[in-house]
Design a protein around this ligand. Sequence first.
Ligand SMILES: NC(=O)c1ccc[n+]([C@@H]2O[C@H](COP(=O)([O-])OP(=O)(O)OC[C@H]3O[C@@H](n4cnc5c(N)ncnc54)[C@H](O)[C@@H]3O)[C@@H](O)[C@H]2O)c1
Length: 364
Amino acid sequence: MSNPIYSLQVELPLAGDRSYPIVIGHGLLDDGERFTELLGDSPVVLVSNDTVAPLYLSRVRGALGKGRKVTEVILPDGEDQKQLISADKIWQHALKDHHERRSVFIALGGGVIGDLTGYSAACFLRGVDFIQLPTTLLAQVDSSVGGKTGVNHPLGKNMIGAFHQPRAVLIDLDSLQTLPDREFAAGLAEVIKYGCIWDPGFFNWLIDQREALRDRSHGVLAEAIQRSCAIKADVVAQDEREGGLRAILNFGHTFAHAIEQVMGYGVWLHGEAVACGMVMAAKISAARGHISNDTAAQLAQFLVSFDLPVKPPSEMSAAVFLNAMAGDKKVVRGKIRYVLLESLGSACLVDDVTIEEIAQAMAE
Ligand SMILES: NC(=O)c1ccc[n+]([C@@H]2O[C@H](COP(=O)([O-])OP(=O)(O)OC[C@H]3O[C@@H](n4cnc5c(N)ncnc54)[C@H](O)[C@@H]3O)[C@@H](O)[C@H]2O)c1
């Protein structure tokens, strides 16, 4: 078995035995011994897409071993595949191959494949286990951890879904070498989010490590991923189903989902929309006197240095934002809920952001 660089556990204290490991290292996609340890002789439904499969599927297939029943489902690439009909394709393959309750679904890909496969596993035979093999930075630090699974609906993103925790998350750092720059940057937006809401030391460390991150230095990336996952695991352990604390992970996301919805899903990458949304939320936090203007500017500079957008699309006014946000899952009792910073490293939920504050946050 390959030696991981980091290994951490997502503890779910209120959920009996459902805690699970996140393993970060090299060569994990090839690690047959680890798969045997995790799976025993369980049959597998292996889901990927037509971009990731040619790069990594044969490695995973090889590591799963010859004696095991493996059903491969390769979907077209794209956010527009994250819909019920794709889940149905997975179920059809699984049913035709007579998969059973002890079968394990495996998601090999970014957040789209992870969310979709997790949701398919949550519903198949009323719930089978699944394993996340996240291959984008965003999926490694965010979507693969925490058990939120789901698909989009024509009337809203991620509107249909289930909380379903994976059996394990295996983060193979080698997979990042083929990730396009734009996708890598989108993942970094979620990484610095954790510093903003939870750990000022991590925020400052990321700013210091900007060059090493740009070079995708393995050591720095491994640490950035580990610290991100540890923070997410900590938050999820305290609030698995977003009754309160977990909502702070949505820093920047209220604005981001509005951008994604208005521009059309996939036009702005999720992480790009989050970058812009975080800067808007940070500017409002600064205008309220919670953080300094310098901190908001540092965040924006970090994001800009990875070519991430920090200004909303020109076609969106504050009123367009408000209208789009009114349909978001974050609306509670008719009020839009925003995550602001009460200081660097500490987030709060508010529902009293005014249209004037939004307009101000959109200005230069
Ligand atoms: N469940 C959650 O908690 C959660 C959190 C954040 C985001 N999400 C969801 O995650 C999705 C976004 O995830 P994403 O950013 O990973 O997008 P994605 O899954 O679409 O992947 C981005 C692109 O990179 C390609 N790709 C993946 N791995 C690659 C690799 N190693 N080398 C080369 N190309 C590779 C993909 O095929 C795709 O074209 C959204 O649907 C979002 O709603 C979910």
